[in-house]
Design a protein around this ligand. Structure first.
Ligand code: GLC
Length: 410
């Protein structure tokens, strides 16, 4: 079974920070991307939303520039979410964005905007399940077969792999263990296997550098390049999705910037810039990328509060990037309470002090021969005392950063 190329995997691991975008017809209702299912909106009532989709304020350059300002190295956008509406000009369905009043293909525009610069790659989310497709949900009524759905799904993935230039990843979602699904089988029940071997083989052949992430919440299958964690850091399981042990694969944590993936009008629970930076540092400290989600409005705008926080994260990264990009999981053990984590790059270790429990930072079992400590922000020296396998860092009050004080250790 093919995997992504070593270059593709290396790029992915170096990237560390990406933008996830959930955007589709559900954005019009602004009650999250599950609104169709949650409110049991039937296809004949949901479908006409397509005739209202007119995001006149959408500007691909602007979205890409927010990601760039945030220090994000890739964007993953929903090509088709569970509601079945394709956000690009697919030849395999009429239920698509180019048949809405908008007429334009936002995925193509994003791909072109990314291609105009060298620092951001575009990847695609693709839903495995489909609440609209007759061959997924209405096989009995339509007389269609599961193979018809597979033809559609695999065909769309082929389009995504051949029509947008070089892509970063394929990000699959919707094939979950039964225990995570609600009682309403009609919405979920697949009619057979997704034929992953064939699907993955095609992707790895057409896009050798693209990585495959399948949000199945289980042990990664051959051909899958990434182990994913949803709304939790590896090792945590606050949401109940992440019970699988950690395998030896590149890791990606996907997380919402507030509480929803698609825009929700009642959700003002935007994570603070501090929390976002700390999440990024904590994820990097265990060797994971952070794919941070935003849900733009139906008129095509990234919420100003999200753009602002992302840019603040970017400002922090502009100074502290070397402790995040291209790093590996830290050798200096994290403290149990997570107040201190570390990353490393070659022989250099980076301590991220996220909270202070005392005047000093005590690094237990620190790698031998730490001889020099400086503040990453300005290169100023930090007092380093070594006692056996313990190193003690003493920071001046003015050296402390309330968000994350990064100390470079050589
Ligand atoms: C969950 C949600 C889905 C969302 C995905 C992103 O699987 O059900 O709506 O797209 O998470 O990680």
């Amino acid at each position: 079974m093919k995997q992504a190329s070593p270059e593709g995997l290396k790029w992915f691991q170096n990237a560390r920070f990406g933008m996830f975008i959930h955007w589709g017809l559900y954005s019009i209702l602004a009650r999250g991307e599950w609104v169709m299912h949650n409110e049991r909106i039937q296809v004949p009532e949901y479908e006409p939303l397509a005739q209202q989709f007119s995001p006149t304020k959408f500007n691909a350059e602007e979205w890409v520039s927010v990601a760039a300002d945030a220090g994000q190295m890739y964007i993953v956008i929903t090509s088709r979410h569970h509601d079945g509406f394709s956000m690009y000009d697919t030849a395999l369905s009429n239920y698509k964005v180019t048949n809405s009043p908008f007429r334009r293909d936002p995925l193509r525009e994003l791909a072109e905007a990314c291609a105009r610069r060298s620092d951001i790659k575009l990847g695609f989310y693709s839903s495995l399940l489909d609440w609209h497709h007759p061959a997924y949900r209405f096989r009995k009524e339509s007389g269609l077969a599961w193979s018809d759905y597979l033809g559609f799904l695999h065909g769309q993935v082929r389009e995504l792999c051949t029509q947008f230039g070089e892509i970063a990843c394929l990000w699959f979602d919707g094939d979950w263990p039964d225990n995570l699904l609600s009682a309403d089988n009609a919405y979920f029940e697949a009619g057979g296997s997704f034929e992953y071997e064939k699907l993955y083989e095609m992707i790895h052949t057409l896009q050798p550098d693209a990585v495959i992430h399948n949000n199945r919440h289980g042990e990664p299958l051959p051909g899958e390049d990434i182990q994913g964690f949803e709304q939790d850091l590896p090792g945590q399981n606050t949401v109940g999705f992440n019970t699988t042990k950690i395998f030896d694969l590149p890791i990606e944590v996907c997380m919402t910037i507030n509480d929803n993936w698609g825009i929700h009008q009642q959700d003002e629970n935007h994570k603070s810039t501090q929390r976002l930076i700390r999440t990024l540092a904590r994820a990097a400290s265990v060797g994971a990328n952070t794919l941070l989600n935003i849900g733009p409005t139906a008129s095509g705008e990234i919420l100003p509060v999200h753009a602002e926080r992302l840019r603040e994260v970017g400002k922090w990264l502009a100074v502290h990037g070397e402790s995040v990009y291209g790093t590996q999981a830290g050798l200096i053990p994290s403290t149990q309470d997570g107040s201190l984590v570390s990353t490393r790059q070659g022989k250099v270790n980076y301590v991220h002090a996220l909270d202070y429990i005392s005047d000093c930072l005590t690094l237990r079992e620190s790698p031998a021969a730490l001889t020099k400590a400086t503040l990453l922000r300005d290169g100023s020296p930090v007092k380093l005392t070594t006692r056996g396998d313990t190193s003690i860092l003493t920071l001046l009050p003015e050296q402390r950063d309330p968000t994350d004080t990064v100390i470079r250790l050589e």
